[in-house]
Ligand binder design. Sequence first.
Ligand SMILES: CC(C)(COP(=O)(O)OP(=O)(O)OC[C@H]1O[C@@H](n2cnc3c(N)ncnc32)[C@H](O)[C@@H]1OP(=O)(O)O)[C@@H](O)C(=O)NCCC(=O)NCCS
Length: 177
Amino acid sequence: MKKPSMLSHVVTYAPEEPVHDAAIEDINKEAFGPGRFTRAAYRIREGGPHDRNLSFVALNADHVVGSVRLTPIRIGETDAMLLGPLAVRPAWKKQGIGAALMRASMEAARLAGHKLVILVGDEPYYAPFGFRRIEGHQIHMPAPVEPSRFLACELVPHALKDVEGKVRHACVVGLCC
Ligand SMILES: CC(C)(COP(=O)(O)OP(=O)(O)OC[C@H]1O[C@@H](n2cnc3c(N)ncnc32)[C@H](O)[C@@H]1OP(=O)(O)O)[C@@H](O)C(=O)NCCC(=O)NCCS
């Protein structure tokens, strides 16, 4: 039997491309199951495409082992981004791949001039990347979201101040990428 080489464990990161779509769908299916289609964040993402320049894959050779996506949204009158899904293949978890994908996408969003990123997820995982609970805002997702899992990261100070309204895909309000 062929011995696994050191290279078999090397992971690289790259902006997402259409060729990765099928593998990403598979990873998200594995991570979130059929319930993913009813989630509030999925309902928003149905409204249009994600931004491939700000969405990243983790690759082992040509195989996608992790993925994160950012989608342009509007919250009331404010432009923002929605992060997710973030998922890593089970065999590749706990090696810092999720964190590296988070850093890549957040840094790309910052460099692209975005000010605010929101997501629905576990605060203990996302807090180290600057996400805090969205509290005291009238921000409405298209389906119920547990308040403790509704998080935002301000890429510029006070980006969340006075933000309120319905969260929709940017394409739905005519601001498509
Ligand atoms: C969440 C996920 C993307 C993390 O990927 P990863 O490559 O394993 O992440 P990292 O290696 O950067 O970090 C691993 C650490 O995060 C912790 N972690 C994983 N999921 C977590 C969660 N939901 N809440 C809190 N901590 C979590 C792990 O226990 C591990 O902790 P340790 O370093 O103390 O052992 C991956 O576990 C996954 O695909 N989960 C299923 C999909 C999912 O739930 N995505 C959304 C997360 S809310």
